[in-house]
Design a protein around this ligand. Sequence first.
Ligand SMILES: CC(=O)Oc1ccc2c(C)cc(=O)oc2c1
Length: 280
Amino acid sequence: MLENISTAKVAGGWHKQYSHSASSTRCTMRFAVFLPPGASETNKVPVLYWLSGLTCTDENFMQKAGAFKKAAELGIAIVAPDTSPRGDNVPNEDSYDFAQGAGFYLNATKAPYNTHFNMYDYVVNELPALIEQHFPVTDKKAISGHSMGGHGALMIALKNPQSYTSASAFSPIVNPMACPWGVKAFTGYLGDDKTTWAHYDTCELMQQAEQANYLPMLISQGDADNFLEEQLKPQNLVDIANTKAYPLQLEMHAGYDHSYFFISSFIDQHLLFHHQFLSA
Ligand SMILES: CC(=O)Oc1ccc2c(C)cc(=O)oc2c1
């Protein structure tokens, strides 16, 4: 049962927010959807799933990315889930990079997080099924995200190459096993056994990818991003892509930082990138 929270017309289409009771995360979840003009039961449109970063909700991308005009022109719906389960019954910490607001798009196995922190199942299975049931969309999907959400988008695409036409990311954490944000999150959600961490690490997953499952990938990264060297490390992924001719394009952009000013500057390029494959 979907509960509509807000509805606003934008770029000729509609921005709407919903809440619903989610079985994978065992709590009420929120998401936002943009439907381009003309989307209807007789004219279903493909979907770009957007995964936001640490501290964000379903709102940041929709309010700040400036994606609506291009998505409207290209006929692409956008779905932006929240970044974690939330609520009084959901474990939390006084921390910006762990627990509520920082779900890391995985299924936690360690108590007390394993009851609710199943964002992987939510994003891969439950949310698309719900979206395809209630909105005028096809089952063609692309996925993108920012920072922690960039990790989520690339990791989910590599684990589910049949489900997405293409993947992209802004300033993604590509090697969470080898950076402080990832080590903290994976230890807290998965425990100390690093063999389980590898199931959610983009570099590890690309290393294992078979050529028949390659997906087109685009990464945009600002060179004035304070997190580039210690947390993001896009070159680690490029090095792997180069050894196996994986179709990954990394674009470095001079002077840009980690913020939504960067995302809003290049979101049109990402929408055009995905449109090539969503419309094929
Ligand atoms: C709205 C906004 O600026 O979002 C934002 C700021 C900082 C970060 C950081 C540091 C990491 C991340 O994963 O996401 C993120 C998002």
